[in-house]
Design a protein around this ligand. Structure first.
Ligand SMILES: CC(C)(COP(=O)(O)OP(=O)(O)OC[C@H]1O[C@@H](n2cnc3c(N)ncnc32)[C@H](O)[C@@H]1OP(=O)(O)O)[C@@H](O)C(=O)NCCC(=O)NCCS
Length: 174
């Protein structure tokens, strides 16, 4: 199995949005309603929004490919005033979970953070997404606080905000 982590390009947008829907249905169908999944996918993965994000200097998108095929992706955003890097998305194809791809994508995020003055990695994870919380704990994150955010459309995100210092480095290998 050959794993590569590369920047996302505009040519990857279609396959990335297709993969995102597949992972979201597998992950969130038992956690949030189908209507909320559709709403959040439309909000976060609209092709025009992705094209804009790919051009922003404070947002990084990375993809993981297994034997040449897209199998996961991550995005992170630099929160300039807080000196924090927020992992906005981290998603691995269900067929390739627990093969180290999440760790590889996180290492790429950490590498981006090291080019900035960020000292902390943060993320928000649904309180009921126990497998992801377990993975984040394994990567060294701890729960900092609970956050419940109104995202419009009658929906909320009921999350834990998790954080870890940028150093020590996240290992690229397992
Ligand atoms: C959470 C996620 C990103 C982790 O990525 P991954 O490539 O599957 O995980 P890794 O192979 O890097 O796992 C590293 C370690 O985390 C822990 N871990 C990962 N997935 C886990 C799970 N489902 N249950 C318990 N522990 C888990 C394990 O300790 C694992 O090491 P091990 O396999 O040697 O025991 C991935 O499973 C995923 O995309 N899940 C669905 C989408 C999602 O919930 N994303 C997060 C949104 S905030």
């Amino acid at each position: 199995m050959h794993i590569e982590v590369l920047p996302v390009t505009v040519d990857d947008i279609d396959s990335l949005t297709t993969l995102a829907r597949r992972i979201w249905l597998a992950t969130y169908s038992k956690i949030i309603s189908p209507a909320q999944i559709d709403y959040m996918l439309a909000q976060r993965y609209a092709p025009q929004r992705l094209r804009e994000e790919l051009n922003l200097p404070t947002i990084w998108w990375d993809q993981a490919r297994v034997d040449g095929r897209l199998a996961g992706f991550a995005s992170c955003v630099q929160l300039l005033e807080r000196r924090e890097m927020k992992i906005d998305k981290l998603y691995v194809d269900p067929d390739h979970q627990r093969q180290g791809l999440g760790g590889r994508l996180l290492a790429a995020v950490a590498a981006h953070a090291q080019t900035t003055d960020c000292q902390t990695l943060i993320l928000a994870v649904n309180k009921r997404n126990a497998p992801a919380i377990a993975a984040y704990r394994r990567y060294g994150f701890v729960i900092r606080e609970e956050v419940c955010i109104d995202i419009g459309g009658g929906f909320v995100m009921d999350d834990y905000l998790m954080a870890r210092p940028l150093l020590p480095a996240i290992s690229r290998d397992r």
